[in-house]
Every structure is written in structure tokens, then in C-alpha cells.
Design a protein around this ligand. Structure first.
Ligand code: NAD
Ligand code: AKB
Length: 317
């Protein structure tokens, strides 16, 4: 039976990955951890531990206590916050990953590490960005993501640690708010559409980025960790994508459900600069070939589901 530790479990991904893993493996087999204390039910539905991933002793104690064999390492600062606090981002993103990999090496754990479209930079081919290509990011977030991808490769080649990872695009979800990224607009827009029927977007109308709905993101992580290792040519940093749109196109899709919805633009130069340094779209054929990756949600089905679920959530709140 698998025994799993999730770091950064109270964030946007962890809030949905932990229940999904508990559904598959059993609640007691999935330890959620974070440096924040839970306000929801994550600590009632299964084990929860305070773990600062930059403190190796804390990661190690929990891994030993619960006999963990797989770590989903989600703790990180996202792109916009990392640009505000580059030194903290280096400590958390690199220091945390290094310590998690060390604990994994010593305790023979597998590791899931989520990279990002942020691992690419302005000199990367921007359209249908290939799996293996030039990576010269210009953000601290991107620097930590490329270095993280390489460090995971190194721990696999040098020490035999079963590291696996994805390059996620912007993720859209309604359970937990996004944690300080450049693609956060694509979540905020839904909240504002329901609450106020208008949204002021911090990215320009034609900023084209890849995105994915959270059920697909969770499925991708679980499927990759369960994939047949003999088929994996690229273990870490698989390009994955699902939908591709600009703020104007997302606004138009929302307007099909809320005809009065309007979008205006108040561009934030920092986040616009980050977005402009990222690819317009990714080629995810390696993930499709090596572990049968296929997203379920497109723009219309994601928008419908987001609005339905968010309406229920906001009414309940
Ligand atoms: P998030 O910001 O929502 O959550 C991160 C969590 O990490 C938070 O709950 C925070 O309290 C915790 N944390 C921060 N510092 C910590 C520390 N020192 N020790 C332990 N926990 C700490 O992030 P997310 O959106 O859930 O992203 C998870 C991972 O996926 C990150 O590596 C991120 O770069 C990557 N990713 C996310 C997206 C996205 O759109 N959400 C896209 C690409 C990649
Ligand atoms: C961010 O915008 O920082 C994240 C990401 C795409 O990595 N959502």
C-alpha cells in the first residue's frame, strides 16, 4: 500500500490533490503538510503535520513516522510572489526541493515535482514549445523551476530516486484560491464575474497562455506517478497542456453564461512582463506518447463547470 506525504498541501493544487489521493489510497495513507494550519477539513479527513520543507529534520521525521514512500512536493512560491521576494523564493523553492530529495534518497521515496511554463523564457520558441528546447527564464521562479527539473534528473541518474514531474500551465480551480502567480487572473475572473459581473484584468487582452482545469492537473500528477517507468523517456518536466486562450477569449466564453459580464484592463507591468516571457502554447506530445496523457476539459466545459461550482460555493459562503 502506498504511503504519501504532500508538502504545501493547503495550496491551490494540494487542496484537490490530497482528497483525490485519499480517495484512491485511503485517508490514513496520505499525510497533508504545510506551514499554514488548516481551516477546512483536511486535518479531520486524514493526518496533517506542520512541515516547513526547508527544514530537513521536519521532512525526515514525518517520512519516518508515517513510513512514507512517495512525496508530492508542492511547497513553493509562485511567479509573482517570487519576483517580489526573490531571496525567499530561492530558499523555499530550491532549498525545499533539495531537502525533500535528500530525505527521499535516504528513505527510498519517489518524488513528484511540479515545474511550470515558467521554466521557459523569451528565447524559447514561443508556439507549440517543444519538450526539449532552450530554457533561459528571466524570473527567479523560472530559475528555480529549471534548476529543480535538473536537480530531479540528477537525483534519478546519480542516486536512483524515482523522480517524476510535469510542466504545468496556469491552473484554474474553485476549491482554493491561487497562490500568487501570473495566471491568477484566469481564476479571479470567475469570482468577479459571479460577484460583480465585471473584472479588471492585470494582463493585456491578447496575452495568450496555456491553461488547465484542476481535475485534469490532479489526474496528470496521479497518472504520471503511476505510469510504467519503462515507457518514460523523459522522467521529469513533461510539458502538459489542456486549453489555450487570451483574457478576451475567456471573457467571451464567460459572457455566454453571464451576458452582462464586462472585462476591462489595468495592466500590471511586472506580471505582464512575466507572461510575455513565457510561451504562447506548449507541445505536450511526449506526455501523450510516454504515459497516455489526455485532458478531459476544454474551454467551454471548464467554464461551465467553474461557474456552476463557484456559484454554489459563493452562495454557501
Ligand atoms: P500555492 O501557492 O497555492 O500553495 C503552495 C503552498 O506551499 C501554500 O499552502 C504555502 O503555505 C506552502 N508553503 C510555502 N512555503 C512553504 C514551506 N517553506 N514549507 C512548506 N510549505 C510551504 O501553490 P500551488 O498553486 O498549489 O502550486 C504547487 C506547485 O505547483 C508549485 O511548485 C507551483 O510552482 C507548481 N505550479 C502551480 C501552477 C498553478 O497554476 N497553480 C502552475 C504551474 C506549476
Ligand atoms: C504562476 O503563474 O506562477 C503559476 C505557473 C503557471 O507556474 N500559475
Amino acid at each position: 500500500m502506498k504511503r504519501i506525504l504532500v508538502t504545501g498541501a493547503l495550496g491551490q493544487i494540494g487542496s484537490e490533490l490530497v482528497p483525490a489521493l485519499r480517495g484512491v489510497c485511503g485517508a490514513d495513507c496520505v499525510v497533508a503538510s504545510d506551514i499554514r494550519m488548516p481551516t477546512g477539513t483536511v486535518d479531520k479527513d486524514g493526518p496533517f503535520e506542520y512541515v516547513d520543507c526547508t527544514e530537513k529534520r521536519l521532512v525526515d521525521e514525518v517520512v519516518r513516522k508515517y513510513e512514507v514512500d512517495s512525496i508530492y512536493h508542492l511547497a513553493s512560491l509562485l511567479s509573482a510572489t517570487a519576483e517580489e521576494k526573490p531571496h525567499v523564493a530561492w530558499d523555499v523553492n530550491m532549498g525545499g526541493l533539495y531537502r525533500v530529495l535528500e530525505v527521499a534518497r535516504e528513505n527510498r521515496c519517489a518524488v513528484f515535482f511540479p515545474s511550470s511554463i515558467g521554466a521557459f523564457g523569451p528565447s524559447t520558441p514561443p508556439d507549440r514549445t517543444p519538450q526539449d528546447t532552450l530554457q533561459r527564464p528571466t524570473t527567479m521562479y523560472g530559475v528555480t523551476k529549471v534548476a529543480g527539473e535538473l536537480l530531479c534528473d540528477y537525483y534519478h541518474q546519480r542516486f536512483g530516486v524515482d523522480t517524476r514531474g510535469l510542466r504545468y500551465p496556469g491552473l484554474i480551480s474553485y476549491v482554493a484560491p491561487p497562490g500568487g502567480g501570473t495566471t491568477d487572473y484566469a481564476v479571479e475572473i470567475f469570482y468577479e464575474a459571479i460577484r460583480n459581473k465585471r473584472y479588471s484584468c492585470f494582463l493585456g487582452p491578447d496575452t495568450c497562455l496555456d491553461m488547465m482545469y484542476m481535475p485534469d492537473a490532479v489526474k496528470a500528477a496521479v497518472d504520471l506517478m503511476n505510469a510504467d517507468p519503462t515507457r518514460l523517456v523523459h522522467r521529469n518536466a513533461f510539458n502538459v497542456t489542456a486549453v489555450n486562450f487570451t483574457p478576451e477569449q475567456l471573457g467571451a466564453e464567460i459572457r455566454k453564461h453571464i451576458p452582462e459580464f464586462t472585462i476591462e484592463y489595468e495592466v500590471d507591468p511586472v506580471r505582464q512582463g512575466i507572461a510575455d516571457s513565457w510561451p504562447n502554447s506548449l507541445d505536450d506530445s511526449a506526455a501523450r506518447e510516454e504515459w497516455d496523457w489526455k485532458p478531459e476539459y476544454d474551454l467551454p466545459s471548464m467554464t461551465r463547470d467553474m461557474l456552476e461550482n463557484l456559484r454554489v460555493k459563493l452562495k454557501a459562503g
